[in-house]
Design a protein around this ligand. Structure first.
Ligand code: OAA
Ligand code: MG
Length: 231
């Protein structure tokens, strides 16, 4: 691994990132074609955490948060810090002191492929955080890694400057070039779901609304009255 800090990478518009954050993870993920999700293992540290920001990426050694200290200086308002480790680790690399420093810089949250700690403080501060684990396990500052290089987290490739969206459903990444399409497709999806919601409130069934009823025989599904089934 090259121990490098890439400074001032290009990034998506932070206003667009905020809009995608407001749409939420499931909506943007679906809108883009069901891609970009970091998976169900990355959980919010507190319920209700929500964000949309531009990625500052960190590659840290397990049990070592030196590179998070290095990365804080590279963070700009509107960013979200995204931390991967070079091998699996659940150690608590990040807590409220880091969150305090990041909030001061206008950073909108953190996503950790490892552990987080000081969760009660993060909740009280309203600092959004997602992680693979909650762990008090302390860490060292001993080994160099990288900042603002492409990383893989939750099976997704994340470039610095990509948009990261997080809420109670988890985290997803929107590649920078896909942001305009994500915005328009997410709005279209919101509008479509609003119409479906109104129809469901009136009692319409998804089977009819989505034109699935006529296709059921094609799935081989048959309807059997109970008396016949119980024979
Ligand atoms: O300091 C650390 O190692 C992590 C932590 O607990 C904090 O940021 O508050
Ligand atoms: Mg702490």
């Amino acid at each position: 691994m090259r121990t490098v800090v890439v400074t001032d990478p290009p990034r998506a518009d932070v206003g667009d990132a905020e809009k995608l954050g407001a749409f939420g993870t499931a909506t943007v993920h679906e809108a883009l074609g069901r891609v970009g999700y970091l998976g169900p293992d990355l959980r919010p540290a507190w319920p209700g955490a929500r964000t949309g920001g531009t990625a500052v990426t960190v590659l840290s050694w397990p049990g070592d948060n030196l590179m998070i200290h290095v990365a804080v200086e590279q963070c700009r308002p509107g960013d979200v810090l995204v931390v991967a480790t070079t091998s699996p680790s659940t150690d608590g690399l990040f807590g409220e002191l880091f969150a305090t420093a990041l909030a001061q810089r206008g950073v909108r949250g953190v996503v950790l492929g490892c552990g987080v700690r000081d969760v009660a403080d993060l909740r009280e501060m309203g600092f959004p955080a997602w992680s693979r684990a909650v762990s008090a396990q302390g860490t060292v500052k001993a080994t160099a890694g990288a900042v603002n290089v492409p990383i893989v987290l939750g099976g997704q490739l994340i470039h610095p400057g990509d948009v990261v969206v997080g809420d109670d459903d988890g985290v997803m990444v929107v590649p920078r070039a896909d942001v305009p399409r994500a915005l328009s497709a997410s709005q279209a999806r919101i509008d479509k779901e609003a119409a479906s919601r109104a129809a469901f409130q009136q009692g319409e069934l998804g089977l009819d609304r989505y034109g699935m009823r006529d296709k059921l025989p094609g799935f081989g599904i048959e309807y059997v009255p109970y008396e016949k089934w119980a024979e």
